[in-house]
Ligand binder design. Structure first.
Ligand code: CA
Length: 507
C-alpha cells in the first residue's frame, strides 16, 4: 500500500517542472482586445501600465506574438486546443465550442494539476477540463455581471474587472486544494467594446489630449477594396452607447449617479451636436480612446493586486505569470476600432511571461510566436507531454533564452467571419520577418507588404515590378503552410452579404 502511494507520488513529481522540488503553478491573465499599443512596456505613448510592466521587468516580452484568427471566440478555442480554427471547429464567434475535444486543461488535470477559469469564456458551451469555473454569460456586462457556475447562475454586484480578480484571489486563497499545483486562467472582459470604465477611472484623462496615431486619417489608397468597405471606422461607425451619450442600463443607483456625474450624457450629446467635420472626428477619437484606456487602468490595477498576493503569499517564486490578450486591436490606426484583419495591430497580441529563475528579467524576444503555441507551452511548463496532433510549438526554449535552430520562419493566418459584424472580408495569408502576403480569397485579390519599408502597411506591392520573386516565394510558403496545417478550401456560402453602409463623414 505504502509502496503503491510512493510509486504514484514518484510518477507525479517526476513528470512536473520544478522549482526547489515543487511543481510550478501558472497564473494566466488574459484580456479581451488589449492593443499592445496601450501597454507602456510595449512603448505606449498613450498610457502607463505599471503593473503589466512589472511582469515585463521581471520576465520576457514578446514583440512578435501573433494570433491565427483575430477574433474573440476563435482565439480562445485555438489556445485551449493548440489547433487552428478549421480543426477545432471554432471558425467564427457564432459557433458553439465542442467541449468534448482534447484541450490542454484536461491534459493538465491528468498531470495532477488543479485547473480553474474565472471571467470571460465566450464559447457558448460550458467549460470542460476545469476543477473550478465561474464565467461571464457570453460577452458579459462591465457592471454587475451574472456569472455561470457548475452550481447555477450567480448575480454579482460590482465592476466586472474587480469582480473577476476578487473571485480569482478568493479561489487561490480559500478554495483550491493546496496539495496540488494550480493552473488558473483569470480572463477579463475588458477592454472589449463598448469600453465602460470602472467607478475609479471615470474622469481620468479628462484634462489631457491623447496622441493620435499616424494613420488615423487613412484614405485606403494603394490597397484592394476591403480596407475601405469595412464597418469599424471611428468616424462613421461608433454608436450612441460607444460614445457614452447614454448611460448603461444595468447600473445600481449609486453607480448611475457616479456615471452621470462623470459623463453628463445629455449635455455631452448637446455639445457633440455643435461639432462637425474634423472637430467632430477628433472629439470621437478622444472619447473612444480615453474610455478604452480607462478600462485598461482597471485591468492594470487588478493585475497589481494579483502580483502583490503572489508576493505576500510566497507563491511568486514557483508561479509562472503570463499576460496576453485574445488578439490585438486598432486604437485609431487606419481610422479604426476593432480587430479581424491580418494587418499588424490586430494580428499581433501582447505576450509577456515571468518565470522566476528561467526568464532573464527585462528581456525582449523577436521570434515569431503565435497563440497556437500556448497549449504546448503550458503543458511544457507543467512537465506534461504535448499530443502529436497539436499544431504549435512550445516556447519554453525561447523563455530559457535558447532559440531552437528549426524555429518557424513564417506564420499562417485565416479570418472567416464574413458576412458578419464589421464587414471584414475573409482572408488568409503568410507573414515572414519582413513580408506579408494576404489573399482575399472570395475576391481572389492579393496584397503584399514590405514591413521594413512600410510598417504601417499603406502600400500594397502586389503586382508591382521587382516583386515577382518575393511574391512567388511567399506563395510557395503559403501553400506549404496550408498543407502543413491541413487547411481545407473555405467553401462556406456567402449566405447573407450585408449591405455596406457608405462611410459617413463625421456623422
Ligand atoms: Ca477579443
Amino acid at each position: 500500500m505504502l509502496k503503491n502511494i510512493f510509486t504514484k507520488w514518484l510518477i507525479f513529481v517526476s513528470a512536473c517542472s520544478f522549482i526547489d522540488g515543487k511543481p510550478l503553478n501558472v497564473l494566466f491573465i488574459f484580456t479581451d482586445d488589449h492593443a499592445y499599443q496601450a501597454i507602456s512596456a510595449y512603448g505606449s505613448n498613450r498610457n502607463k501600465t505599471p503593473n503589466i510592466d512589472r511582469i515585463a521587468q521581471d520576465g520576457m516580452l514578446f514583440n512578435r506574438a501573433f494570433v491565427t484568427n483575430s477574433i474573440c471566440a476563435p482565439s480562445r478555442a485555438v489556445i485551449l486546443t493548440g489547433k487552428h480554427s478549421h480543426l477545432n471547429g471554432q471558425l467564427t464567434n457564432g459557433q458553439r465550442f465542442d467541449g468534448e475535444q482534447q484541450t490542454f486543461p484536461k491534459l493538465l488535470q491528468k498531470q495532477g494539476y488543479q485547473t480553474a477559469i474565472i471571467g470571460k469564456w465566450h464559447l457558448k458551451s460550458d467549460p470542460t477540463g476545469f476543477d473550478f469555473w465561474q464565467v461571464l454569460q457570453g460577452q458579459g456586462p462591465y457592471y454587475n455581471p451574472p456569472m455561470n457556475t457548475a452550481q447555477g447562475v450567480q448575480k454579482i454586484t460590482g465592476y466586472t474587472t474587480d469582480v473577476i480578480t476578487d473571485i480569482t484571489l478568493d479561489w487561490l486563497k480559500n478554495d483550491r486544494d493546496k496539495d496540488k499545483p494550480f493552473f488558473v486562467m483569470s480572463q477579463h472582459k475588458a477592454p472589449h467594446r463598448n469600453w465602460q470604465p470602472g467607478p475609479k477611472y471615470l474622469t481620468k484623462y479628462n484634462d489631457i489630449n491623447i496622441p493620435e496615431p499616424e494613420t488615423l486619417r487613412d484614405e485606403y489608397k494603394n490597397r484592394l477594396e476591403p480596407a475601405s468597405t469595412q464597418a469599424m471606422s471611428i468616424d462613421g461607425h461608433l454608436s450612441v452607447n460607444d460614445l457614452k451619450l447614454k448611460a448603461p442600463g444595468n447600473l445600481t443607483p449609486e453607480q448611475k449617479a457616479r456615471w452621470d456625474a462623470a459623463y453628463n450624457p445629455k449635455n455631452e450629446a448637446f455639445e457633440k451636436a455643435k461639432l462637425e467635420g474634423d472637430a467632430l472626428f477628433k472629439w470621437k477619437y478622444q472619447r473612444y480612446v480615453k474610455d478604452y484606456l480607462r478600462c485598461i487602468d482597471s485591468v492594470d490595477e487588478n493585475i497589481g493586486r494579483m502580483l502583490d498576493y503572489l508576493d505576500e503569499s510566497g507563491l511568486a517564486k514557483d508561479t509562472v505569470v503570463i499576460y496576453s490578450s485574445d488578439q490585438g486591436w486598432y486604437l485609431g490606426e487606419h481610422g479604426w476600432y476593432d480587430k479581424r484583419w491580418m494587418y499588424e495591430e490586430s494580428f499581433r497580441t501582447p505576450l509577456i511571461v515571468r518565470w522566476p529563475g528561467v526568464t532573464k528579467p527585462g528581456t525582449q524576444n523577436t521570434d515569431l510566436v503565435q497563440n497556437l503555441d500556448y497549449a504546448q507551452t503550458f503543458l511544457d511548463i507543467c512537465g506534461a507531454k504535448s499530443p502529436k496532433d497539436m499544431q504549435g510549438a512550445s516556447i519554453v526554449p525561447l523563455l530559457q533564452g535558447a532559440k531552437p535552430k528549426n524555429w518557424r520562419k513564417s506564420l499562417y493566418y485565416q479570418y472567416y467571419e464574413f458576412p458578419g459584424a464589421h464587414s471584414v472580408r475573409r482572408h488568409y495569408g503568410v507573414r515572414t520577418d519582413r513580408y506579408k502576403l494576404i489573399h482575399f480569397y472570395m475576391l481572389d485579390g492579393w496584397e503584399l507588404y514590405d514591413l521594413e519599408e512600410d510598417p504601417n502597411e499603406l502600400y500594397s506591392l502586389y503586382g508591382k515590378p521587382g516583386y515577382e520573386k518575393v511574391t512567388a516565394k511567399l506563395k510557395t510558403e503559403l501553400n506549404r503552410l496550408r498543407n502543413q496545417y491541413k487547411v481545407p478550401e473555405d467553401t462556406r456560402p456567402l449566405t447573407k452579404v450585408p449591405r455596406v453602409k457608405k462611410k459617413k463623414k463625421s456623422g
